[in-house]
Design a protein around this ligand. Structure first.
Ligand SMILES: NC(=O)C1=CN([C@@H]2O[C@H](COP(=O)(O)OP(=O)(O)OC[C@H]3O[C@@H](n4cnc5c(N)ncnc54)[C@H](OP(=O)(O)O)[C@@H]3O)[C@@H](O)[C@H]2O)C=CC1
Ligand SMILES: O=C1OC[C@@H](O)[C@H](O)[C@H]1O
Length: 371
């Protein structure tokens, strides 16, 4: 039954109901014919009545034309600049190499893109919008977390050596790519920013890509004294199949409270509570047992929150919903990625680079150079 439900949900995710578009729909322009765009924007846009994918440009116009034809995008521009200069375009989607995000985001903001009432800028950090993640956060007690460890391991065939992820000049390295997910998840779990990076190890690629890491490890100290670790790679063995996951351990507390451990894996949240029975004042454990429960959530309804969502919505679809809500001035679910959080995440990433011997990524162009 569960397998059938999963198959149905996935089929629906890739074949969503197509919404008719409203008069006030936002027109999106896309910079580059990137691989991620169909999954992250084009598919989610189909079921959103206020999103129209209007135009695309690539460095090579033929490439953009082929992409536009395949995905039913009506307008192909000659350059990224032409997208920014088109007054019909409200929102710019920037799926460029990481090192170019800031430059093009600033250029888009200068052209007044994203909203008529002041620009809305959102980092497309989709994992934040997973319903299971929201459910996971709800069972945590951040001040009492003693330890969190988040892992993300992908086999080497996911990203070959010649992809943007291993080009130092455009922000290459696994930490700045896959590593951003476990890092954000431990920051989210502690609901605080790390005070110190206690340990960091970035394993470099072979020359000539030696400035880029293929594997990362880091350990942080958080303000409540707890520690958070991240571990990951884009070079896991070919047979390695595991979902990104996080395990959060809480400090033991006296009854009637319950010490707990929560494990998030894919859409599943498993909570284990460990109980120890002792005589009052004694440190000897007379009996111990654990209670475990596992839950899945795909909609806000399932976690008793009142916000839009369907069981087949992907993390990207939830993210698009909240972006449009923000532009339109609607309350939405309250889940978002604020500028402050993006900056805090960047600071934590820099702490890792500084602690390791690999050094910071190249600095993006300054605002004054872009504007
Ligand atoms: N949020 C998420 O879930 C995900 C985010 N990402 C992020 O999205 C971005 C794109 O990833 P992905 O789609 O896999 O990458 P691709 O290599 O498929 O796309 C990158 C695009 O960047 C453009 N580009 C512009 N300048 C350069 C340059 N100097 N070198 C190479 N490409 C350039 C290319 O556009 P053109 O067509 O004009 O040549 C290309 O289409 C990355 O930042 C990645 O980290 C990726 C996967 C998931
Ligand atoms: O979701 C992801 O998984 C694979 C990575 O290389 C990619 O960029 C990342 O965002």
């Amino acid at each position: 039954m569960e397998i059938l439900g999963g198959l149905r949900r996935n089929w629906r995710q890739f074949n969503p109901p197509v919404a008719s578009k409203q008069e006030d729909a936002l027109k999106f322009g896309i910079l580059g014919a990137a691989n991620i765009t169909p999954m992250a924007l084009i598919l989610p846009a189909k079921s959103h009545s206020q999103v129209i994918i209007h135009a695309i440009a690539a460095r090579d116009k033929t490439r953009a034309t082929v992409f536009a034809k395949k995905h039913g995008i009506p307008v192909v521009k000659n350059s990224y600049e032409e997208i920014l200069d088109d007054p019909a375009i409200d929102v710019v989607y920037i799926p460029l190499p990481t090192g170019l995000h800031l430059e093009w985001a600033l250029k888009a903001l200068v052209k007044g893109k994203h909203s008529s009432e002041g620009p809305i800028l959102m980092e497309a950090f989709h994992s934040r919008f997973a319903l299971a993640w929201q459910q996971f956060l709800a069972v945590l007690d951040p001040p009492n977390i003693s330890h969190a460890i988040a892992k993300a391991m992908l086999p080497s065939y996911i990203a070959g050596d010649n992809v943007i992820r291993f080009d130092y000049s455009i922000g290459g390295g696994t930490l700045l790519d896959l590593g951003t997910y476990p890092l954000a998840s431990i920051r989210d779990a502690f609901s605080a920013e790390p005070e110190e990076c206690i340990d960091a190890k970035l394993t470099p690629m072979a020359p000539p890509r030696e400035k880029c890491d293929h594997t990362f490890y880091a350990k942080f100290r958080f303000p409540n004294g707890g520690t958070g670790e991240i571990n990951g790679t884009l070079r896991a063995p070919k047979t390695h199949l595991s979902l990104p996951n996080i395990t959060v351990t809480h400090k033991p507390v006296p009854a009637p409270e319950e010490a707990k451990k929560a494990v998030g894996k894919g859409a599943e949240v498993t909570r284990t509570r460990k109980f120890e029975i002792r005589d009052a004042g004694s440190s000897t454990v007379k009996r111990e047992y654990t209670k475990t429960d596992t839950k899945k959530a795909y909609t806000f309804r399932e976690i008793d929150r009142d916000a839009a969502g369907e069981i087949h919505w992907s993390t990207y679809r939830y993210m698009l919903e909240e972006f449009v809500n923000k532009v339109k001035g609607r309350k939405g679910s309250g889940v978002f990625v604020s500028h402050e959080e993006s900056i805090a995440q960047s600071r934590a990433l820099d702490m890792i680079y500084e602690k390791s011997r690999l050094g910071l990524r190249p600095t993006s162009k300054r605002v004054s150079e872009v504007t």
